[in-house]
Design a protein around this ligand. Structure first.
Ligand SMILES: *Cc1c(COP(=O)(O)O)cnc(C)c1O
Length: 369
């Protein structure tokens, strides 16, 4: 037996064993789990592929439901253990993660503070809308950062947003408060194992429906779902393939890239007490399709608009324009390209984002004629 096969066998775990360890980590119950799982019947029939939806968009407990609630449970769990008083987080003004973390923090008696930038570079909406409206209703302290539309979106982070976070954190700490900073997408290290639980729910729920998934598709952005799914698949040596549709670039110098996702996989291995595979083996796990980003993050794509209308009109299910519409468009395109054989069993992880349907048409695209 060669050394890499031997070490893989040694590291192997069942999902039950992994779950037992993850469940012992600090965690505050916020969402309603397991989230629902069901077949999208009519679109499955149309495409000749069985498409099941894992409904992380219905994780609860409010209009800010989505895939970040699982992360928030771990982030808040650690914050409460460590005596944190304030949770500072960052994102776009239409951020799903900032809103979900804010609701979770409020529920747990902590004070959230949000630092959000304007993706469109138009100044701020004269009338509050969609997620930003919800942030306002929550009464959360929110700082808004305009950006120059001629410059890359990332520039505002470095120039104004991060310095403001640092200043605020220093002020709060000088007053005797304790601050936890959750990076974009709530990707605080405490949350890295969270979506291992989603993966296990998918495997349990598909078994209850008497099938085994051939593919799991999801929309990838700040990189919390992907490392957890990759680690779970590698640790269990499962045959199911994970395919990720990106909504932002994974170029090596970007704020998220495959090297960082690999680091998170290794951190999950450390959490469960196993030796991680080689860099090459981890990187070989990632199958990230970057063709569906569209013009930029939070700028609509024609494929995303078409996918939203198609799933809504066939099965009565809504996707969101910034994330899940682009992810689902990638899945449909893979079926059309023959990258998914007819009759395959596919799970699409619906991570949320439907509030962004109530955004400006410059974010949603032309959804109605
Ligand atoms: C954050 C987010 C994603 C991206 O998930 P990551 O695990 O951070 O890559 C996808 N869909 C929605 C709706 C999100 O809010």
């Amino acid at each position: 037996m060669d050394a890499s096969v031997a070490s893989k066998l040694e590291s192997r775990m069942t999902l039950e064993e992994i779950e037992e360890i993850v469940r012992k980590l600090p965690r505050e119950p916020i969402g309603f789990y397991p989230t629902p799982f069901h077949k999208a019947k009519n679109i499955s029939k149309k495409y000749g592929v069985d498409i099941y939806l894992k409904r992380e968009d219905l994780s609860g407990p409010s209009a800010f439901s989505g895939s970040k609630i699982r992360l928030a449970e771990f982030v808040i769990g650690e914050a409460l253990r460590d005596g944190v008083t304030h949770i500072l987080t960052v994102g776009a003004y239409l951020s799903n993660s900032a809103g979900q973390l804010a609701t979770a923090a409020i529920q747990s008696g902590l004070t959230p503070i949000l630092f959000l930038y304007d993706t469109m570079g138009e100044g701020y909406p004269a009338k509050w809308r969609a997620n930003l409206l919800l942030d306002k209703i929550l009464g959360v302290e929110t700082y808004l950062f305009p950006r120059n539309p001629d410059e890359p979106q990332e520039k505002v982070w470095k120039d104004t947003l991060y310095p403001a976070v640092e200043k605020k954190a220093a002020e709060l700490e000088a007053q005797g408060h304790k601050v936890l900073f959750a990076p974009a997408g709530a990707t605080h290290p405490s949350s890295f194992p969270a979506h291992v639980l989603t993966y296990k729910e998918i495997m349990d729920q598909s078994r209850e429906l008497n099938f085994k998934p051939d593919y799991i598709y999801h929309t990838t952005g700040t990189g919390s779902v992907l490392p957890a799914f990759a680690a779970a698949r590698l640790l269990t040596d499962d045959t199911c393939a994970i395919r990720s549709i990106a909504i932002n670039s994974y170029r090596p110098d970007n704020f998220v890239n495959t090297g960082m996702i690999a680091d998170r996989v290794r951190e999950i291995y450390a959490t469960v007490g196993r030796t991680p595979p080689s860099d090459n083996e981890i990187l070989a796990e990632f199958d990230i399709d970057q063709r569906f980003i569209g013009p930029d993050y939070a700028v609509p794509s024609p494929e995303g608009v078409a996918a939203t209308r198609e799933l809504a009109s066939l099965d009565g299910i809504f996707l969101g324009p910034v994330y899940t519409a682009k992810g689902f468009a990638g899945l449909l395109s893979h079926i059309r390209e023959g990258r998914i054989a007819p009759g395959s069993k596919v799970v699409f992880v619906h991570t949320g984002d439907t509030n962004n349907l109530f955004e400006d048409p410059r974010i949603t695209g032309q959804l109605v004629d």
